[in-house]
Design a protein around this ligand. Structure first.
Ligand SMILES: Cc1ncc(COP(=O)(O)O)c(C=O)c1O
Length: 382
């Protein structure tokens, strides 16, 4: 008898995880791999986080916390907004989540119903698009290009047929690393406000910027949902902890969803996260390493033939247009891995329509690996 399988799970894979599997298989065969596929800091959590975690392990029961998280940690997050962004956020509106991924699930489930339509830039982070799909919400892909720094604009949103219920922006973005300036973010927030569209701002790469500091959407729109994480700037990917700022009208819905779906984010990780705000020296040193890696890639990739690169304002990715080299980025990345040991992510992960013309290189790893990778690519392309 064939048993029923829900449509909900019939969503595209996260291709970078498939690439990682191929890269790991290669490593298991004794061949080397330079990991330029994963957006994962090469450094672990900062020392202050580790020692706070040791202390809590030894002294705390580590039971459940309330669904929104430990109040003192939420207060630290509120202080962060006051200090870095000059916005006052009531800690009661701050929710500690299981990574920003957990935040997406809560935010989308609380704000949208099945059949609602949410605009999102194409290319964009596949997780946001695919979580929407899994929840029965329609992702409305907004094709973007270098003319708008791969970011949505009111003009592009105007071209969409039919009503929109939400807009997701990400600045700095994955895969392009491009950012929205104050004017652009203001214009998008006014667009949303005037049309009753819920703005969701993915701010997970805040703190990793090279030209100008990142801006929170909360400065422009008190009804926006801001989603952030300890995974990237704070170097705590596997701790699975992030946070979200929720507007008043969604608070109780998010709380009921959080209580029932997750109970609470991991307690040890919440304590570690609280300590992360005191570790900025160590974390800024990581950003200095990303800046150095970025410089190496931006100067060397064009010499290897990757000469059409999106401007890398922030995050740790270079999104390269390879349309003059191939029309099959997945095959291109497979050959690159086989021939050179350099793992990269095909653009199809981020843009199902035009992704075959792009590849994403992550420079979150060690500088020696990035340097070695570009040397190998130069030989390979020659
Ligand atoms: C733009 C963006 N948002 C969200 C996430 C999810 O991260 P996490 O769940 O670790 O916070 C990622 C991960 O790479 C990302 O690139």
């Amino acid at each position: 008898m064939v048993l029923k399988v829900s449509q909900r799970g019939q969503i595209p894979p996260f291709i970078v995880m498939d690439v990682l599997r191929a890269a790991n298989r290669r490593q298991a065969e004794g061949k080397d791999v330079l990991h330029l596929e994963l957006g994962q800091p090469a450094s672990g959590a900062p020392a202050g986080v580790i020692s706070a975690a040791h202390q809590m392990l030894d002294n705390d029961l580590l039971g459940y916390t309330e669904a929104f998280g430990i109040l003192s940690v939420r207060q630290r997050i509120s202080d962060y907004y006051a200090q870095l962004h000059d916005v006052s956020i009531d800690p009661e509106r701050i929710v500690i989540t299981t990574g920003s991924s957990g935040g997406f699930v809560l935010a989308f489930a609380a704000a949208f119903d099945v059949g609602d339509r949410v605009a999102i830039a194409d290319p964009g982070y596949p997780g946001s698009r695919n979580i929407l799909l899994g929840l029965g919400i329609e992702p409305v892909l907004v094709p973007t290009g270098s003319e708008t720094r791969f970011q949505p604009t009111p003009e592009l949103l105007d071209k969409i047929d039919g009503k929109l219920d939400g807009l997701i922006v990400a600045s700095p973005s994955n895969p392009t690393g491009t950012m929205l300036g104050a004017e652009e973010l203001q214009a998008l927030s006014t667009y949303c406000h005037d049309r009753g569209v819920r703005l969701i701002s993915d701010e997970i790469y805040h703190g990793i910027t090279y030209e100008q500091p990142s801006l929170t959407a909360l400065r422009f729109d008190e009804n926006a949902i801001a989603i952030n994480s300890f995974s990237k700037y704070y170097s705590m990917t596997g701790w699975r902890v992030g946070w979200m700022v929720v507007p008043a009208d969604l608070l109780r819905s998010v709380e009921c969803l959080a209580q029932n779906l997750f109970i609470s984010a991991p307690t040890l990780s919440q304590y570690g996260a609280g300590a992360a705000f005191d570790c900025t020296d160590e974390l800024d040193a990581n950003v200095a390493r990303y800046a150095e890696n970025r410089q190496i890639l931006l100067s060397s990739l064009p010499k290897a033939g990757f000469d059409r690169l999106a401007p890398v304002d922030g995050a740790f990715y270079v999104y390269a247009d390879i349309s003059s080299l191939t029309n099959d980025s997945e095959a291109f990345c497979r050959s690159m891995l086989e021939d050179t040991g350099v793992a990269s992510t095909p653009g199809t992960d981020f843009d199902q329509g035009r992704g075959n013309a792009y590849v994403r290189f992550s420079f979150s790893g060690p500088t020696a690996g990035v340097t070695e990778a570009v040397e190998r690519l130069q030989h390979w392309m020659a």
